[in-house]
Design a binder for this molecule. Structure first.
Ligand code: ATP
Ligand code: MG
Length: 496
């Protein structure tokens, strides 16, 4: 529980009131105070206009069109470095259901609170010196302004619209998602009338900029109760406008290795990742890892199969994340995790060369994350199959072979060496030779010695281009046989 209002916030408020403006704490920070939590950021509302605020605070930036001025403080505390001051506003007209067409300023805090989304977000607190000194109790503060009984709704743990829910959602459809996000973050329930209005107005989400949807989705995924969040999106009829692909997992029964439907399994995998406080990429990979199981399902009942669901799943995941305007970097990472979530590892069956090939295939930088996704998959299945010691053994093996060469760049010879030492001309033959050498080094890293590899290359040069190409293909096929082998075995065992 926070003891007092930070001096940075208090000083800004003082400066505004000394210049004869009004100043109130509003929004999330008042909600947090009422919940007995320390706010993670501070918002001040004032009747001063943006230009007037800027005059008072030369250290400020005004670069949006919503009347918000960001004031820089010299605080070392992250949550206090920037304090946002917003001029009192009225609800604007939203012809595009996204942004108000124009901002209209309001005269009073009451008018400003009326345009806010939910009752728990529509409370204001006027600062005065009393707050500097003692724990505060909202009930005793005459300067606590709560026209929509937000404090009561906080007590009842309810998310409830300010005013008529249908009107409020048609003004700005992002509120549909904000309701779910807040409910999930706070552990609240959505009040009945608000909930029916969300269901009725769900299609309005189509009009929302994907970036705004994405940002709310990220907050839901990053909350402790991410699983409940996705379930609530579904219950509110919103999921079909965000990630409809996940919905085909609802009622999609799996085979003898699972006790949950695909939907429930995906959700439980996410739940595990959230419980571990894993980063966004792992959480989304956990949620999406089996997204393509319904479309790859063959057969019914205990012996149904889902061959290729990891490949189809990677494709679907890419489509989903692209549509939701995730960055290419985030998208690529998650797609990769989904593509390779299905690796097989059995102590004893897999050799160091196998582990090197695994690293070559998935990238050393992804190994740990893949193991996390795998773990989420395992726990989320309800019938854990891979046992933790296998994972520890794999980690141990990865450590052991970590420095061994797994790509042509890590070989002790490179193209230039071949050209200079063996008098070769640049051309496809260089790549052929390097690929063949790498295969040998994957099997036996001791061979990664410049002299040895050059000798080996010289031997190879006696062959014709076609012979070399067939050797290279053979090496490649061996790799594929190996991969097929592990996946084939896994399939046999687990019907995946
Ligand atoms: P947090 O910052 O903890 O995520 P918050 O409630 O502060 O939660 P912000 O997005 O920072 O959320 O918004 C600040 C305040 O602005 C909200 O509390 C609410 O009063 C108001 N607000 C934000 N978005 C909307 C909206 N789309 N419609 C109406 N009011 C909104
Ligand atoms: Mg905020």
């Amino acid at each position: 529980m926070m003891e007092k209002i930070p001096s940075e916030v208090f000083n800004i408020s003082e400066k505004l009131t000394q210049a004869d403006y009004k100043a109130y704490l509003v929004g999330g920070c008042v909600r947090d105070i009422a919940l007995g939590k320390t706010p993670k950021d501070w918002d001040i509302a004032t009747n001063a206009k943006p230009q007037e605020i800027q005059k008072l605070f030369p250290q400020s930036i005004y670069e949006n069109s919503f009347g918000t001025v960001a004031v820089k403080t010299n605080s070392s505390d992250e949550s206090l470095k920037i304090i946002e001051i917003t001029s009192f506003r009225l609800e604007g007209k939203y012809t595009d259901k996204r942004h108000p067409d124009e901002i209209k300023f309001a005269k009073t805090i009451e008018e400003d609170l009326a345009r806010r989304d939910f009752t728990v977000n529509a409370m204001a607190l006027k600062l005065n010196s009393k707050f500097q000194v003692s724990n505060y109790n909202l009930d005793r503060m005459e300067s606590f302004i709560d026209p929509y009984s937000g404090e009561k709704d906080i007590g009842a743990k309810l998310i409830c619209c300010v005013g008529n829910p249908t009107e409020r959602f048609s003004e700005d459809a992002l509120r549909l998602m904000r309701a779910v996000r807040l409910a999930v973050e706070l552990g609240f329930t959505i009040e009945e009338n608000t909930a029916s209005a969300i269901r009725e107005n769900a299609p309005l989400l189509n009009a929302i900029a994907k970036e705004r949807l994405r940002d709310e989705l990220i907050k839901i995924i990053m909350s402790k109760s991410a699983m409940q969040g996705i379930q609530l999106l579904e219950d509110m009829s919103l999921l079909k406008y965000i990630i409809p692909e996940l919905r085909s997992g609802i009622n999609c029964e799996q085979n003898l290795h699972h006790i949950y439907t695909v939907w429930e399994h995906n959700l439980r995998a996410l739940d595990y990742a959230a419980g571990k406080s894993y980063p966004l990429e792992i959480r989304l990979a956990a949620l999406l890892h089996d997204v393509a199981k319904p479309q790859t399902k063959r057969g019914t009942g205990r012996n149904s199969t889902f061959y290729g669901h990891e490949v189809a799943g990677a494709r679907e995941t890419g489509k989903i994340l692209k549509r939701l305007a995730f960055s290419k970097e985030t998208m690529d990472k998650i797609v990769h995790l989904v593509r390779y979530h299905l690796f097989y590892y059995n102590v004893g069956d897999v050799t160091p060369a196998g582990v090197r090939r695994f690293i070559k295939r998935v990238g050393i930088e992804n190994v740990e994350d893949l193991i996390k996704v795998r773990e989420a998959d395992r726990i989320g299945s309800g019938v854990p199959k891979a046992v933790p010691y296998k994972i520890r053994h794999l980690m141990f093996m990865v450590e052991k072979v970590r420095k061994d060469p797994v790509n042509p760049k890590m070989l002790a010879v490179n193209g230039t060496d071949l050209i200079e030492k063996l008098n070769l001309k640049p051309g496809p033959i260089i790549g052929q030779i390097l690929d063949i050498l790498l295969e040998e080094v994957l099997d036996n890293p001791e061979k990664n010695d410049k002299k040895l590899l050059l000798e080996e290359a010289e031997e190879l040069l006696r062959m014709s281009y076609d012979e070399l190409e067939s050797l290279r293909q053979k090496a490649k096929n061996r790799k594929e046989e190996f991969e097929e082998g592990i996946e084939g075995e896994l399939r046999g065992k687990f019907h995946v």
